[in-house]
Design a binder for this molecule. Structure first.
Ligand code: JCF
Length: 674
């Protein structure tokens, strides 16, 4: 094979894999193999620089940052969309469409798709090669961002297949999936840099870089939604068929796209997406409906900047302005004091919001927030509402700076500022009623002692009335006291007492987890239980012994020792056991005889036959350590559908990935129950 031939073969191979991964969402190779192939191509291109072409997979990041953006004129204007804010406005739109088309009562065919909250872009392909990427700008003139769009993995540098027009302009949205947004903001926060207020701004900011190597580090994605200019070729006369073509030529589409007939079906589509909106991996702000027939589109035409054949039905906004009426402080299970903004109630993201977390005192400083300020509140997905920015111009004359509390606002104990300064912590421990409540809520929760019927309201009453201060008191409270609580009849009390009784028969890992020791989650509790086998052995372990436990580092070891060195905590444990809480010791076969001894596994995505915790338990029983993140030391990743960044990371590092079926096989091989 000549170098030319090998280079061509490698490029085709990499393009195929890229297409499978980014466009079809169906990875075909482990990343290690991708990387090896990529590096081989790099070596060959370095040896034969004359064979390098701009559409080679190695050329996504150009060498030199630009000094400014060029201008691009859109020969076919990039239109925007009219909005409909209700089902009625959508029906009006459909009525107008039918009237103009003279369609009478006949149902019109509409192409529906989610409206992504990103940046509209135009991609120009000449003979199938990407030659230009541009922003929408004002619809007529945009900015040349070719160097940046080239770095977006789902933008093909070369079209696939055959039959595309000689000149083809593809339009779509470049956006940042939520997970990527959280990731770049976490990284920015850690480095003390400015954070982005929402994924849309983050996408726009990423595409507005003169240095494409910055854009390349942002996990941007592209979804195509139409064709602008084309010459030297044919295109189908239905919108949905155009999208099918684009897909075959290697462009990524939104998998939710669908063709429906009639406005009622449009409304159903809207409702079903509204229900799933929080669970989507990206932000959407509505649904786009387009008349599917291009002839009909032509007859309908457009007014000013928006077509008459399309409309965006908007969802309730995810960001709204409101006023901060107070900043209060919540004390968590471990004493951490979290500032919370009390808001004038505002309807945002489909619910009425009257509180937003402020995270910590650094965040208040970063926002420059004062009590009385008007702020932008954001609620997206299942995430708790956040204050994203202060509207500085609207600051009232009587705005007040936020004062950090000098003592715990709940129990009056001294507070401590942790090293970094951001986190305040109440030192009251078990005497702090806020910590008592949080500790009880955690103790009774499903994954801990699983005591049904002990909801938040009851816990409040128990602690406020000083009937219960520690979790051990729950088992000692007489029947009359339970009956004295609001909304507790005979029947509820019977059920609750039965649940308490049943909870006494527990397991060591659950018990350790239920104690709510700082940084000791379920996985760590499991590891501690299997490592020490008994409570006594754990309680006697010194720092050195604790550090031998998988996943336990100096910080966790320190929290454990602090917990175990506090006499009050040991008294609670003793009282629990006296009340009858018990568990079997955990048998510990010699580790070196276990088949997966010394291996670190990661479980990600959704498994069909066993939940992730069960999967972890099986792996640990075979001697594996189960970690929460993938690193070069990971032995194997078990990935179910919906696996996200961990799968990507595994592929990047060349860590073997197996699916659930292979995992079950492996368990069976080792005689473990699936
Ligand atoms: O996802 C979007 N933000 C989006 C914007 C989708 C579309 O189908 C669009 C659009 C803007 C204009 N279609 C047009 C004509």
């Amino acid at each position: 094979m000549t170098p030319q031939e090998e280079i061509a073969r490698l490029r085709r191979q990499l393009e195929d894999w890229n297409y499978a991964y980014y466009v079809l969402d169906a990875p075909e190779v482990p990343d290690a193999e991708y990387d090896r192939t990529f590096r081989r191509l790099q070596v060959l291109e370095r040896e034969h620089p004359e064979l390098v072409t701009p559409d080679s997979p190695t050329q996504r990041v150009g060498a030199e940052p630009l000094s400014q953006f060029g201008e691009v004129r859109h020969e076919v204007p990039m239109l925007s969309l009219d909005n409909a804010f209700s089902a009625e406005e959508l029906r009006d739109f459909d009525r107008r469409v039918r009237e103009r088309l003279g369609a009478g009562d006949e149902a019109v065919e509409y192409a529906c798709e989610p409206k992504l909250d990103g940046v509209a872009v135009s991609l120009l392909y000449e003979s199938g090669r990407l030659v230009r990427g541009a922003t929408r700008g004002d619809g007529t003139t945009g900015e040349d961002i070719t160097h940046n769009v080239r770095t977006v993995a789902s933008v093909p540098l070369r079209l696939r297949g055959k039959g595309y027009p000689e000149l083809l302009e593809v339009r779509g949205e470049i956006y940042l999936p939520r997970e990527g947004f959280e990731r770049i903001n976490t990284e920015a926060r850690e480095r003390g840099e400015k954070i982005f207020v929402n994924p849309r701004n983050a996408a726009a900011g990423s595409l507005r870089q003169l240095d494409a190597s910055i854009t390349a580090r942002r996990p941007l994605q592209m979804c195509c939604y139409s064709v602008g200019l084309f010459r030297g070729g044919e295109m189908p006369d239905r919108h949905s068929e155009i999208l099918d073509r684009l897909h075959r030529w290697g462009l990524r589409l939104n998998p939710e796209s669908k063709v429906v007939r009639g406005v009622e079906a449009c409304e159903d589509y809207y409702q079903s997406l509204a229900e799933r909106r929080d669970g989507l991996p990206y932000d959407i702000d509505g649904i786009v409906y387009k008349v599917n027939d291009l002839g009909a589109q032509q007859r309908l035409g457009f007014v000013s900047r928006a077509p008459r054949w399309a409309i965006a039905r908007k969802f309730p906004a995810q960001e709204e302005a409101t006023r901060v009426v107070a900043v209060e402080f919540q004390v968590g299970r471990t004493g951490a004091i979290t500032p919370v903004a009390r808001l004038e109630p505002v309807f945002v993201g489909g619910v009425t919001v009257s509180n937003a977390t402020l995270h910590n005192f650094d965040e208040i400083a970063r926002l420059g927030l004062q009590v009385g300020d008007r702020v932008i509140v954001r609620r997206a997905g299942d995430v708790i509402p956040q204050v994203v920015s202060v509207i500085a111009a609207d600051r009232p004359a009587d705005a007040r700076a936020v004062q950090a509390p000098e003592v715990c606002p709940v129990c009056g104990s001294p507070v401590e500022r942790e090293e970094e300064g951001a986190v305040l912590r109440c030192l009251g421990g078990l005497i702090c009623q806020a910590q008592q409540k949080a500790a009880i809520r955690h103790f009774v929760s499903r994954r801990a002692m699983d005591i049904d019927g002990l909801g938040e309201k009851l816990v409040e009453q128990l602690v406020d009335r000083e009937l219960v201060a520690t979790v051990a008191d729950l088992y000692r409270l007489p029947r009359e006291s339970w009956l004295s609580l609001e909304r507790m009849g005979e029947k509820s009390v019977d059920n609750l007492l039965a649940a308490l009784e049943a909870s006494k028969d527990t397991t060591l890992p659950r018990f350790i987890f239920a104690l709510g020791i700082r940084e000791v989650g379920e996985a760590t509790a499991n590891n501690l239980a299997s490592h020490f086998g008994s409570w006594e052995a754990l309680a006697a372990a010194d720092e050195e012994a604790l550090l031998e436990v998988p996943d336990v580092g100096p910080v966790v070891a320190d929290h454990l020792r602090q917990f175990l060195d506090t006499r009050d905590n040991l008294a609670v444990v003793a009282a629990l056991r006296e009340a009858g809480v018990h568990w079997p010791d955990v048998a510990r076969p010699p580790r070196e005889q276990l088949p997966l001894d010394g291996q670190t596994w990661v479980v990600t995505g959704k498994l069909e036959n066993l939940d992730r915790n069960a999967a972890k338990a099986r792996l640990e029983a075979l001697g594996a350590r189960v970690a929460g993140s993938v690193s070069a030391k990971t032995h194997t990743v078990v990935a179910g559908p919906g696996a996200g960044s961990k799968l990507g990371k595994a592929e990047e590092l060349g860590v073997p990935v197996i699916d659930e079926a292979a995992f079950l096989d492996l368990l069976a091989q080792h005689g473990a129950q699936p």
